[in-house]
Design a protein around this ligand. Sequence first.
Ligand code: ZN
Length: 151
Amino acid sequence: MTLYVGVALVVAAVLLFIMQPVVKGLHASLDREENELTETEARKRVALLALRDVEYDFLAGKLDQDDYRSLKSQLTAEALAALEADEAARGAGPAATDSDAAIEAEIARVRAGLKNGVVCIGCSFTNEPGSRFCSACGHALEGATAGGARR
Ligand SMILES: [Zn+2]
């Protein structure tokens, strides 16, 4: 009888020992995310990453053009609103860390596309600045949605 109690205690102790880092780790990662990202930053990233995923899904043929267009316009509106909110929230803003570099580059690409008129009028794909044809559908981009057309 005492043997069984002893075994049970050992098993319980081992289980506690095993679970400890898992429980601690969960708390740590939750804390870290809260500390690293402000609410507006998180919103901006979610919107821009969703926008990028939609583009990739469309290129991969997972979305048809109607779905793509409605998702794109919805997410673009959200991303722009989030960008403005984030800029207003952090003012001048601190320098981006290394881990932010990739997402900042992606944000820059999307913003440049929105500003420089390389968003395709055929399918709404955001193309690299200076593109002449849409990477997604091949539509000519010349003067497509440019604000200030050069002549
Ligand atoms: Zn296109």
